[in-house]
Design a binder for this molecule. Sequence first.
Ligand code: PGA
Length: 247
Amino acid sequence: MKKLIAGNWKMNGSRDEVNQLAYDLMTGLSAEPSDKFEILLCPPFVYLDRMDKFFKATPVSIGAQDCSPRENGAFTGDVSASMLADMGCSYVILGHSERRTYHHESSEDVRAKAMRALAAGLKAIICIGESEKQRTDGIHMETVADQLEHSLPPGFNSGNTVIAYEPVWAIGTGKTASPQDVEEMHGFIRKKLSEKIKDAGNLRILYGGSMKPDNAAALLATRDVDGGLIGGASLDAASFIAIASAA
Ligand code: PGA
């Protein structure tokens, strides 16, 4: 299975900055073989169209960072999954810990969004992960199991869904989970998935949380790690390309 190397740009960039980043990525990536990894870029909504046009004729995929749980209508400020598909997106990140924290999204909310995403033909990247306290309290496994149980939409499979395991304490902090902890958790997630679907072995499970060029090779070589969801380091073309090369 090709590793999925996904850049989550979060709420960063200006028109000039995203143009420059796209240009630098295009230049750097064309030198890299692409049979080992698939590149996905998830810019803010307002730059999706620009990035879709920029990468249209390339193997680079474009995705969004959220979508509405509703189909369409009077929901000021929201963006629907079908609009994202119309915009050229093939993926949408759902239930990122920043959305669970700052927008109080529950796993049930994430599932409602994932159902819209799948109905619109998008692939849902469902984020799960424990807080530092949950890990020190020893309830990280059950936390992740509960998030999985309530976030996964009916009809999910390895073709329409990706899981991103992102321990909250590792996001943007420079701390990463050890390859041993990642292997343990990814194996656990794979087991939980296999209780629900037949093709769990083919469903990509990404690791996210301070993935950088210097730790990417070890994390991406870890058993059951099928790619990375990269925040900070995805804003720097050289770092992001170095991470992809590590795959
Ligand atoms: P980070 O973010 O790489 O900056 O830790 C990862 C994420 O939030 O997806």
